[in-house]
Design a protein around this ligand. Structure first.
Ligand SMILES: NC(=O)c1ccc[n+]([C@@H]2O[C@H](COP(=O)([O-])OP(=O)(O)OC[C@H]3O[C@@H](n4cnc5c(N)ncnc54)[C@H](OP(=O)(O)O)[C@@H]3O)[C@@H](O)[C@H]2O)c1
Length: 334
């Protein structure tokens, strides 16, 4: 039983991960930025810690207080922020040094990164391949150009943190709101009765994919194996986790059909926008092709994913779960 603080426990992966931690009987604290999700967390046996990573008035933020007050063993970070080193790693290192000075074990830390760090390519790659380096075969998409540096800082913190990086591929399943980018416009067109769809995607793209339960179980495996795989200089605690490598065109076609588009109907994949707006950069990243095996996560973490054979194959389930989440989000936004 480990005492875990989840930073971003109300988010898509962070919430599912927190539920998986509870199923394995770990004690879970979770940060949320306001009280709207407080009851959701409590009803899932997760203790809420309310507040931003950075306190507004330079006082110690609630999450740091929580680590000290509740004797947290491992912190798992789901924030997509660029300044992880300054906002999260350095404060954690300070707390961990205080513990080390008392002869206590280092704090554990797991950073939820992402597989886009590999950049786009079809050739087999692995978590041992360099990312964001001059020697890397491909560079990460613009929207996460900063992430390989954060990963490096996490790995370099081993003297004071037992730290690891887990890199899920593109996550699907449940409400999966990142998929709104493609699914929402397709759904709207199908609702209007369109007989032809135009989609801003690269028909040759084949992203790596993983179900949210498998991403969550990989992170739980990392929590449970952390002391074995991290905390020493001679280790490389970075783990790719993915379960399929699928054509985005086929995934989107299967989605369209599941929400009512005619089987075999015309879908024109017109390529990815090349601009620098957030939406353009997100489209570019979404079309990152990644072919990685996750062998190290399976052998070193003992991770055993359960949701193969993949997204397109299970679209009769996933289109409905996405739609339910999407309609709920729309209702709340009104
Ligand atoms: N979804 C994917 O397919 C995927 C794949 C690979 C990697 N990832 C990475 O995994 C992480 C989680 O992804 P996700 O899809 O679960 O995203 P998400 O639903 O947006 O969750 C992000 C969480 O971080 C919290 N957060 C953001 N900024 C914060 C701040 N300044 N202080 C405190 N909390 C903050 C958010 O809180 P609020 O709820 O208050 O906004 C939210 O709970 C991200 O780093 C993402 O890049 C995602």
């Amino acid at each position: 039983m480990v005492r875990v603080l989840v930073i971003g426990a109300g988010g898509y992966i962070g919430f599912r991960f927190s539920q998986h931690l509870r199923r394995a009987n770990h004690i879970v604290y979770g940060t949320i930025r306001n009280s709207a999700k407080e009851n959701l967390l409590l009803s899932n046996e997760i203790f809420p810690v309310i507040g931003d990573i950075k306190s507004k008035d330079n006082t110690t933020p609630a999450w740091i207080e929580a680590i000290k007050t509740h004797n947290i063993d491992v912190i798992v970070d789901f924030t997509p922020i660029m300044n992880t080193n300054e906002a999260i790693l350095q404060p954690l290192i300070r707390v961990s040094k205080e513990r080390q000075a008392l002869g206590l074990p280092k704090l554990g830390f797991i950073y939820c990164s992402g597989m886009w760090c590999h950049g786009s390519g079809y050739e087999p790659t692995s978590d041992l391949s360099p990312t964001g380096a001059k020697t890397s075969r491909h560079q990460p998409p613009a929207i996460i150009h900063w992430r390989p540096e954060v990963e490096k800082q996490v790995v370099a913190s081993w003297e004071h943190l037992t730290a690891a990086v887990v890199r899920p591929c593109h996550v699907y399943g449940g409400t999966g709101n990142a998929w709104d980018l493609y699914f929402a416009p397709i759904y709207a067109e199908v609702q209007k009765g369109s007989t032809k769809l135009t989609v801003q995607a690269n028909p040759d793209a084949a992203p790596g994919l993983i179900h949210v339960d498998d991403a969550a179980s990989a992170l739980v495996a990392a929590v449970e194996k952390l002391e074995l795989v991290a905390g020493r200089k001679d280790q490389y605690p970075v783990f790719d986790v993915s379960t399929s490598h699928e054509s985005i065109a086929f995934v989107l076609r299967r989605f369209a059909e599941e929400v009512g588009f005619s089987k075999g109907g015309q879908i024109d994949f017109v390529g990815v926008p090349t601009g620098t707006s957030l939406s353009d950069m997100f489209h570019q990243a979404f079309n990152t092709s990644i072919n990685t095996s996750s062998t190290r996560a399976r052998t070193l973490l003992g991770w055993a994913p359960t949701k193969a054979p993949g997204y397109a194959a299970g679209m009769h389930i996933y289109a409905k779960s996405w739609l339910a989440g999407f309609l709920e989000r729309q209702k709340k936004a009104k």
